[in-house]
Design a protein around this ligand. Sequence first.
Ligand code: XIL
Length: 327
Amino acid sequence: MSSFAHPPDEMTLRQAADSAGIRVGVAVQAGPLRNDATYADLVAAEFQSVTTENALKMEVLRPSRASFDFSDADAIVDFAQGRGLAVRGHVLLWHRQVPGWLEAGDFSREELLAILREHIQTVVGRYRGRIAAWDVVNEALLEDGSYRPTLFYNVIGAEYIDLAFQWAHEADPDALLFYNDYGAEEQNAKSDAVYALLTRLRQRGIPVHGVGMQMHLNATQPLNLYSVAANVGRLEALGLRVEITELDVSVGASPDAAQLAAQNSVYFNLGALCRALRGCAGLTVWGVSDAGSWINTPQSPDAPLLFDVAYERKAAYFALRDGLRGG
Ligand code: XIL
């Protein structure tokens, strides 16, 4: 397998991000990191941080209540350490990709609290000092701003959010702890609820340091950047950092030139926005090449990322790089 060769006289994404004072990252999977040198070299050449796309999800980590399987997560964290990359740990509590034994266990409040506490402390503790930031709670709110009725919420109540952050902080006091969600980028009912939730958490002294904005976007529905900027500003005023955590920009199966241009604009604008906003500390794309993107499926082909299936840089790559450079 050939290794990734970046033209030596050209700026990389990570150099562009450095010039902006922000961190650019990518979601990775353990399989290609182990088996595909081009993938691994590309990640190390272009990005400053990696996010575990699936390896730290409960479904992967917890085949049974009594056991943990850290093999994929260890592979990613070891790779990152070896190449000098930071790691964003995704994700401690999310209502999806939950193991069957937990969903079907009919646990009492006390039992569920004990299980979640053990889970969070074991996982965060294992990577103490090696995972710089964690998505502690993911997608806890609905579009109308109410709490999502997940297993965690239904059995424990909203207090599960406070406890998750406290347990994670106890296990690694230096890790940055994030609340992560989608559809709360612009000022709207959901982002108002995120803001209110984070305000309450901060008032109660809960150790929460940032908000992740997923940004699974569509080229034809760009965000209102003024609204995003205002939203980032109010979160920053709470003392929080904001990161774009899961960026991809869908263009559908056979994009025409206008759709591709629209995709490029989204990447450019978000790079430039993150550079311009003091509150925006990082930007992570949700996958390396289009081949591995979660939204590119046989039923619904797509090309939402920065590199094509041959790991060639796409126009979207140059657009994001230009945005990060402030060009
Ligand atoms: C996705 C992964 O990319 C897929 O491989 C997996 O099958 C499903 O989850 N929001 C999140 C991420 O927070 O964890 C999701 O990742 C995408 C949506």
